[in-house]
Each structure stands twice: as structure tokens, then as C-alpha cells.
Design a protein around this ligand. Structure first.
Ligand code: ATP
Ligand code: MG
Length: 397
């Protein structure tokens, strides 16, 4: 069956009141962006509290639904038949034909759920339920009514211009449309956790920029390309990601030269946060995002997180802070970043890592160590800021 429209349902919570249209307009924009690459001609419309994707040409349903499943803010995707109102007999005939095509020769339990936004329709909702229920029972030998836990809910919505008929609801990703919740900057490494963190914050409607610290020649072009690829994968959900690539080599070497090696990771992480914050501020971001999770590694104990956090003045969002590794992996697999994340390229954090890093850094000692960097560090940070390379990452293919 080919559907001429898809009804898009979104969450009601938090969007009532006078800001509702902002949310809806953002969702329309994001749907348009999300389906731009899908072959065919579509028109996204807003009609009395409903959003529709109208299909104006031939299209591939699977491809369209896959694209819609990546648009944050969508809760359900419903392929609908839109039937012009030509009387109830006509509607009954068309609904029966629909049910036969969808569920012929199947044993199903069902119920009819009618709603009218047009109150002058000759039948009320309950009458439609009864009439349609009987018609379907007569036409489909395998059908039984179950009003409590039906396998199929046949929805009939009488609107002003037409009647919507549908019985399939495909889950969307949920969340809020991108652009409804400001901008934040993700510290994106080549690992499993940070792309997931970026996805989770984008899911709440936040535009995500990214920063990657590389250390050539200690980290390779391939490692950098991997991070660009990850940003592209995240951009399938979040929209274009501005990725700022920072050359961190001189700063790392200087810390290595001047400071106790067991503190290297913490000191590096503090400079990463400082630089990320400078970049964020410059680009209108209001927060940072990391893929940290309590206790995962030495630099993510609560003491280490405190020592890292101390240098930030912006809020730092750590959406996977309470996730176990496997839970993060599950999300990475679901969103399609896992396979790229596990490619075995070097990371700047692992190259300079000490054998026995501190797990409970004392911030006073860490600050003391940083005093040893006083002579050159400001200049090196400025130089790193000057040499930033920015790549706009969009979905491939
Ligand atoms: P991930 O899987 O995201 O790489 P991880 O378990 O390897 O995380 P760490 O290396 O301790 O953890 O990094 C913690 C967080 O710091 C990362 O999630 C990321 O947000 C940020 N980060 C680490 N290395 C880099 C880097 N080279 N460039 C940008 N951000 C980084
Ligand atoms: Mg990492």
C-alpha cells in the first residue's frame, strides 16, 4: 500500500502555551532537513496542531521512515490514508478496503478509536466506533474485537477537510527539535563515549559544535579522519556539526616536560577544557559536553572529575555520567557510531599516558604543578587557538 501522507506525532509535555508554535516550526524545519536527501518530492505542512509529511511523487517508504526516525521531536510516525469526506458509506467502504489490504488472512484483535475535531459530522465518535467495528468484523474473518489490549488500533480522525485513517504507529526518536535549546560544544574524541554524549544532548534540541584535540605527528591523519567521520555520523541526527580541530602537540609536550607524569592526564584534560571553553564562547555556545562516566578510567573518578571541572566556568553536560560502558555501547550501536569508534587509531590521551596515573588528584597539588607551566603556557594556548582548523561535518551519501 502506498500512503499519500505521514502524520507526525510529537510530545505534548513542555510545549503547551504560547511557545508551542516555535517548537512546531522548528520540528517542521528539522523534518524538511531530515528528508532532504530522500528521493521523491515531499511537502511538510502544519494543520491545526498536526504535522504532516505529504508525499507528492513516488517514494520509497522505508527510506522515508528511516530518515524520519532520526528527527528529534518526533514521537510517532503514522502512515495515513486521507479520505475526503464523501459520506459515511463511502468512508466505511474505504476503511474496510484498507483493513483488508493491511491485515488480509491474519488473525488480529482490534478496536476502533474514532475522534472528531469536526463536531457537525453526522455520527459521533462512539457511533463511528460501533459501525466501523461491525463492518471490519464482517469483512475480515480472522478479526476479533478486544477493547482492552488490541493488537491493532484502527484510528479514524474526522478533520475539517478529510478523514485520517491509520493503524500503524512507528516510534520516532523522541526528544526536542534541534534549535529549540541553544548551542553547546562537545569534546569529541575518537572513542565510543563522546559521540553518544553528543547525540544525547542534541536529542534535547541543542545545536552541537565539536572540538577535537590532535597531536600530530603522534596522532595520525587517519585518527583525525575517524573523528570527522564520527561527527558526520552524529550530524545525521543533529544537523551539520562544526568541528574545530586543535593542534595540541606543543601543549602536551610542554606538560610532559615540566610536570610529574602521573598527573599528565589530569593536566591535559584541564587544558582541553580551558581551550574548549574559549572556542565555545567565541562561537556562541553556552555549555560544554563530554563523554565522561564516573569511575570508567583514572581520569573519571569523582576526584578527577572535580579537578577537571574546576577550570570551567560554563556548565559541563555529561549525559553518560551514570551509564555503564555496556549501556553506552548499546546507544552507540543503535545510532551507528560504534563500528567507527572501535577502529584502532591512536588517541592523544593514550600516547602520553602514565603507567600509574593519579586516581585521586588533589587540586592543590595539580594547581602547583600548573605553576611550572607559567612561562610558556599562555603563548602555547594562544598559538593553538590561532591554528584551529574548522570542518563542517554533514551526513555522507
Ligand atoms: P571516549 O570514548 O569519548 O573517547 P574515553 O573513555 O576514552 O571517552 P577519556 O579519554 O578519559 O575517556 O576522555 C573523556 C572525555 O574527554 C571524552 O569523552 C571526550 O569528551 C573528551 N576527550 C578526550 N580526549 C579528547 C580529544 N582528543 N579531543 C576532544 N575531546 C577529548
Ligand atoms: Mg577517549
Amino acid at each position: 500500500m502506498t500512503f499519500q501522507a505521514f502524520l507526525i506525532k510529537y510530545a505534548e509535555i513542555g510545549i503547551k502555551g504560547k511557545n508551542r508554535y516555535l517548537f512546531e516550526n522548528a520540528l517542521v524545519r528539522q523534518i524538511e532537513y531530515g528528508i532532504a536527501q530522500v528521493e521523491g518530492s515531499f511537502c511538510v505542512t502544519k494543520a491545526s496542531g498536526r504535522i504532516y509529511v505529504n508525499c507528492l511523487s513516488e517514494y520509497d517508504e522505508e527510506e522515508l521512515v528511516e530518515a524520519l526516525k532520526r528527527v528529534f521531536g518526533i514521537v510517532w510516525i503514522c502512515p495515513v490514508m486521507q479520505i475526503p469526506d464523501e459520506g459515511f458509506d463511502d468512508l466505511r467502504r474505504k476503511v474496510v478496503a484498507y483493513m483488508k489490504e493491511m491485515y488480509a488472512d491474519q488473525d488480529i484483535t482490534f478496536k476502533v478509536e474514532a475522534r472528531r475535531s469536526r463536531k457537525n459530522y453526522p455520527l459521533n465518535s462512539q457511533e463511528i466506533n460501533v459501525e466501523m467495528g461491525e463492518a471490519v468484523l464482517q469483512a475480515l474473518s480472522g478479526a476479533r474485537v478486544d477493547v482492552h489490549k488490541p493488537q491493532v488500533v484502527l484510528r479514524i480522525e474526522v478533520r475539517e477537510q478529510f478523514v485520517n485513517v491509520y493503524s500503524v504507529q512507528i516510534p520516532g526518536p523522541g526528544g526536542m527539535p534541534i534549535g529549540t535549546n541553544g548551542r553547546a560544544t562537545l569534546l569529541l574524541s575518537g572513542g565510543i563515549d563522546s559521540p553518544v554524549a553528543g547525540y544525547l544532548i542534541a536529542k534535547r534540541g541543542v545545536i552541537v559544535d565539536a572540538v577535537y584535540f590532535h597531536a600530530p605527528p603522534y596522532t595520525s591523519e587517519r585518527a583525525k579522519q575517524k573523528v570527522i567521520d564520527l561527527a558526520r555520523l552524529v550530524s545525521r541526527y543533529s544537523g551539520p556539526v562544526q568541528l574545530h580541530i586543535v593542534n595540541f602537540t606543543e601543549i602536551q609536550l610542554y606538560i610532559y616536560e615540566q610536570c610529574p607524569h602521573e598527573q599528565l592526564t589530569i593536566l591535559m584534560r584541564r587544558y582541553m577544557m580551558r581551550i574548549a571553553e574559549k572556542i565555545a564562547r567565541k562561537n556562541g555556545s553556552m555549555a560544554l559536553i563530554t563523554g565522561e562516566s564516573i569511575g570508567q578510567v583514572a581520569s573519571q573518578t569523582v576526584q578527577s572529575l572535580c579537578a577537571t571541572n574546576e577550570v570551567c566556568t560554563m556548565p559541563v553536560f555529561r549525559p553518560v555520567i551514570g551509564f555503564d560502558k555496556q549501556e553506552i555501547v548499546d546507544v552507540a550501536e543503535k545510532i551507528g557510531t560504534y563500528e567507527t569508534s572501535v577502529l584502532p587509531y591512536e588517541d592523544c590521551c593514550t600516547i602520553f599516558v602514565a603507567k600509574h596515573p593519579v586516581t585521586k588528584p588533589n587540586v592543590h597539588i595539580i594547581r602547583k604543578s600548573e605553576e611550572r607551566l607559567a612561562e610558556k603556557i599562555d603563548g602555547l594556548v594562544e598559538e593553538a587557538m590561532r591554528s584551529i582548523e574548522t570542518v563542517v561535518c554533514r551526513p555522507v551519501g
